[in-house]
Every structure is written in structure tokens, then in C-alpha cells.
Ligand binder design. Sequence first.
Ligand code: ADP
Ligand code: MG
Length: 502
Amino acid sequence: MEKKIALQMKNVSKRFPGTLAVDGVDFEVREGEVHALMGENGAGKSTLMKMLAGLFNDYTGEIYIDGNLCKLHTPMLAKEHGVGMIYQELSVARRISIVENLLVGRLPKKNGLFYDKKEAVRQAKELLERVGLGYLDPNKPISEISQCEAQLVEIAKVLGTNPKIIVMDEPTSALSSEEVQRLFKIIRALKEQNLAIVYISHHLAEIFEIADTITVMRDGRKIKTYPVSETTNEQLIQDMVGKSVKEFYANKESHVGETMMEVKDLTRWGFFHHVNFELHRGEVLAICGLAGSGRTEIARSIVGVDPLDAGTIVKDGREGTYKNMTMAIKSGIGYLTEDRKVMGLALTQSISDNILVSIIDKLSKGGLYNPKDHSKIVEEKIEELEIYPPQPGRLVNALSGGNQQKVLMAKWLATDADVLILDEPTRGVDIGAKQTIHKAVLEYTKKGNGVILLSSDLPEVVGLADRAIILREGYITGEITGEEITESSLLMAANGEGKHVS
Ligand code: ADP
Ligand code: MG
């Protein structure tokens, strides 16, 4: 007998300025079902779920929960209708106790100011039992339990609001394989309790293990829904990837030359192990892997932001490691970070100051500093990267995200760095800025420089990379070169071909 439909989204859409992130999607989840939502980065999965969580008051279309039409215009309304969201970034506060985390906003009242501690601990224990954490002392601060336990506490917290539907957006990206199994055990128990579960993940093996039904999204639209038993790895990948976007990069030619940098046996225990690769002149080398595979960690350790437990970097005849980013920059390695707001740009300074900050020492060397040279560099970069508006004095926080990213790129291009490590260089930027940044990358390598590209945007990797090394759980497990680099080959490799049991 088919189970009751718990959630029905009918022809829902959500527009952001310039993007139709979700475009007329129909989506149904039944009670007691784990429904996987799949699609490449930017497909619209998170937006669809945020709609359900009441984060947008301007979506269109209809959402029914248990057959009733609901207007989910605030998070409070969504919660009242039984939607429980478990976010990618854990929302638990690290320093306060488990009990206070679990019952935040609804601690049992005693007289006035104080809450009923005994009753709170009792309720907390009950919730912890439901996620297999009955052994934890609810009075412990969150900071003293493991990441996996904290994730389960997050689920317990959501269970405390009596949800009908639970949404998990990439819940396993920071978990080890044993911890994933532990999470799956809890998910199976929730299924038994007739909860409807939406599960977002890029790990095909996980999907085939835990999901009953799969819906694939692409470019904001629903492509297909099928029972997990009626599909395969290959079918899924094909539906996620759709048509090739290779034409977009049609004029890419390779200029790969001699080795310019080598990393040997790089290891940071628990993050990545025995990583070896060479970077050649003129080459774009992509490091590919799923979230949590260790990509960003490798980059951070190469440039000295994080420590290394073993291994060396060979560049320009010297072998060693960099103790900090200044040392890496001195030896010609630039690092454009994933989070431009935190590590890359001075938002309250001008375009000009941001572009010049990494070269100011050199410009002023021996008192020969010449402001004329410096405004020329800025003008060139503004033109090359089509930074808009083209005003050197404009503050960076007054620019769009895409233009901020161009300024960051310009800043690194203005240095003498002959190796740039680009971590998600176009995440969240519009298509125009993306094309400009790609053009700048290709120009840069054409001059004999090297780029290490970390990107979860598969078309970007296909379009730019001369070579891709595959990282899984901190180990290099393969390499793909030239024409062999396709979205499907990358996805297959990152997931470990043939690993799932179908
Ligand atoms: P997914 O979760 O499948 O990776 P998202 O739902 O995050 O995809 O994004 C879908 C599209 O909407 C992307 O093009 C993304 O850039 C855009 N987008 C997402 N959130 C915002 C936002 N807050 N403002 C503007 N655009 C957004
Ligand atoms: Mg997402």
C-alpha cells in the first residue's frame, strides 16, 4: 500500500535578482520515505528547501503539508506546519550545554527568570535517546562532544519541534564512514516513525544506500523523479549533468610546459595523506573531490595557513614548507580563497587599495615608490577584468559579488606570483563575471604561469583544466587528463566508480 503524501510542492518558483533559482518545480515526499534531492551545484536544491523552511516570503506556487495548503512565509510558520531543517552549517552553539541547545526557545518555565532544570534534563534525555545519544550527559557543553554527536544533537533538536518532514542538506560532508553509518541508523529509525525525509547529498553511494526515491534538479528545474531501484549511477549522472556546456569554453588551448612546482608526500593527519603532484608551466591543474574530501585543506597547508605533519614543496630550486602566507607569497604562490569576505578583501577600502596591497612593499622599495606606476597598474587591472564601475576609489563593499571577486583576482594578478591557487574562484558570481574570470585565468597560464584550481563547479573544471587529480577522503585516487575530463568522468571518479550496490 502506498504511503500518504506528507509534502507536496506544486509549480513552485523562486527568483533572485538575475536568477530564476527554482523554476516551476513539482515535488512530492511520502511519509516514511527518504527522498534524495540531487543535482549539480547551483541546481536549486537548497533554494527549494529554504522555501519549505519559510525563508522566503516571495515564492510562487503552492505547498501542501498533509494535504493542507500552507503559506510558509516565515521560519516560525514552517516550523508550526511541521518542517524541520537541518542545515549544512550546524546551528548549535558550541559553548552552551546540550540541554540548552536542544531546548532553545522552549525551556520548561519555572518561576519567572529560571527554567525547570530537572524537567529540562528529562526532556533532553528523551530527545537524545531518539538519536542514539542516551549515554551523553545533557549538561555537557557542545564543545566537548564530537562533530558527529553535535550533528545528531542538531537532529534531536529538530525532533523536539515534532516535525512531519525533516530536511538534511549535505549532512555527511564532515563525517567519517563509520559516522555516516551511525547517521543512517538514525535516519532508518525516523523512517519507521513515518517521518518524511528529504536528503541532499552528492555521494551517489550514500544515495543508493539510504534513499527510496530520487529527484534530480538541473538549472532550477525538476528533471526526473524515480524510485532508487529503477535507476543507476550512469542514469543519475546523465540527468544531473544534462547537455555538455563545453562550447562555452571552445577556445581553450593547452600550453603545458616543464614542471614548475612539486608537492611531495603532503600529509596533515585526518585531513589528507601522502599527496603528491606536479604543476607545470602554463597548466591549470584541478583538484577535484566531493565536499569534505580535503581540497581546501591541502591548499591552506601549502600556503602555510594550516600546518603540515609531513611533506615538502619544491619550487624554484628550493624544497621545504611555508610557515605562513607571507612566505608563500614571497616565493611566488598566491592563494585566492573560497571565502572572499573573510580572507581576501578589505571591504571598507577602495578597489585601488585592495589591488595594490600585495605589491605595495615592492613599489615602495628603496624609496623609489612612484604613485604614477601604481595608478597605471590599477587602471590596467580594472580594464582587464572589466571591473564595474571602473572607479579606482570606489569602496569594495559597494560592488556586486561578481565585481568583488574580480578585484580579488586582480589583486593576485598584480603580484609576481607565478602560481595561483584558486579556491572556488567563481562561486556565487553571475555568468558575466564568471566568463571574465575564466578568461583571466587562461591569459595568466598562457604566459607560462601555473594554476591550481579547486572547484566544485564541474563545467568550470571541464572548461579550464588541463589535468584533474581526484581526491577522495584525503587520498589521491586518480587522475584524468585533457579530453578525458568530462563532467561524467569527474563525477564517477569523485564517487569511486562502481562502489554502490544496486
Ligand atoms: P544548490 O543547492 O543546488 O547548489 P542553490 O539553491 O544554492 O543550488 O542555488 C540555485 C541558484 O540560485 C544558483 O544560481 C545560485 O547562485 C542562486 N542563489 C542561491 N541563493 C541566492 C541568493 N541568496 N541570492 C542570489 N542568488 C542566489
Ligand atoms: Mg546547496
